[in-house]
Design a protein around this ligand. Sequence first.
Ligand SMILES: [Zn+2]
Length: 118
Amino acid sequence: MEAEKLEYFRGMLIEEMKSLLSEAGKTVTEMTSDSSNFPDPTDRATQESDRNFELRIRDRERKLINKIKEALNKIETGEFGVCEECGDEISEARLKARPVTTLCINCKMEAEQKEKRP
Ligand SMILES: [Zn+2]
């Protein structure tokens, strides 16, 4: 891929990482700010499920951040935009929609079909 395009995707990935990190920072602040002083057990239950929800989101964010790091690493090594499965180039349209993708559309569709099979 041309250097100019790589720079474009690098910028996209860094922006996405930044917004994820600021979201994650916000989540942590929200979790620690009101330090669970709810006398009503119903409120406490609500708060617990909120917390589980936050943790799940953070898990997803963490995974996405790792994917972004991998993608940035691939830009460095020149493997960015190459399908991990078949070695074909991943279409730019697909990368623009989802720059962390590691599979071309054909391999992705195949993988999804495999997942659906019992
Ligand atoms: Zn492929």
